[in-house]
Ligand binder design. Sequence first.
Ligand SMILES: Nc1ncnc2c1ncn2[C@@H]1O[C@H](COP(=O)(O)OP(=O)(O)OP(=O)(O)O)[C@@H](O)[C@H]1O
Length: 298
Amino acid sequence: MKRAMIIINPSSGKEQAQEYVDKIEQLLRDEADYDVVINETAKELDATKYCASACADCFDLVISVGGDGTLHETINGLLDQEHRPLLGIIPLGTVNDFARALQIPLNTDEAIQTLLSPKRRKVDMGRLNDQLFANVVAAGSLAESLSSVSSEDKSKLGAFAYFREGVKELFGGSASPLTIEYDGQTWSGESPLFLATLTNSVGGFEQIAPDAEVDDGLLHGFIIHNLNLLNSLAVGTSLLLGQLKEHHEVTYFTARQIAVRSDEPVRTNVDGEEGPALPIEMHILPEYVEVIVPEDTK
Ligand SMILES: Nc1ncnc2c1ncn2[C@@H]1O[C@H](COP(=O)(O)OP(=O)(O)OP(=O)(O)O)[C@@H](O)[C@H]1O
């Protein structure tokens, strides 16, 4: 019999996670013939531990039920594993960038039905130092402010909370000296924010990197230059309209490998959670994880 592990963060989103687990279990048992194990997370890194155990025990399917934080921790259980189970995603967070990028419905009941889809997509992961990321790495003072958005604010305001924090920081105008090396090229200068994204959706805005495909084998880099107030507004608009890479205060590139360092202490944000301080190195792991996607996606 096939075996599935549900990894659920009971505190995710609007705290409705538990009520969906019975539905998922029933669906997988009755309509897909799975033996189902349920693991609730209680603290940081539990999802990584559970997913790693599913790999070691050769489970067929792992389902992450929670926000981007839970998904990030779940995929990290796949790192360096010989057997990597199929991944199912039930987005219960406020932003859900990875689900957006894969066109997994944000409506929970619809997302649950998607688990029966026969369609799979092999998607890229990024490796940053000793961890995986599914979506985005941000470095710079703006990245630090994104990490400081409270859970309360996220639940109340969703993606807008991130944007508000970001704009607040840009208006403050603080920038850090960054050196960014990508596939043999180097950029050096002052920047409030560097983004390396795998997917089109960042912070709930699906148009930040419209060219980024989950399986294009590339990291998409955006270096935001020093900004004054007017530029900030223009970048904000570009960000909403999907023209960020064309903005004259933005350097855009694609690469397989990126290293970022600074002479000053600069923190990062990885998949929406606080990440390591610079220096960092990242590279792409093409088609690293196979994910269940809706049948009607391309
Ligand atoms: N039982 C728990 N109670 C509180 N926090 C938990 C629990 N289990 C896991 N966590 C932590 O909660 C963090 C945030 O989870 P997650 O991102 O899934 O939810 P969210 O904050 O509602 O979603 P989003 O990040 O999209 O707003 C995870 O990084 C994880 O370490």
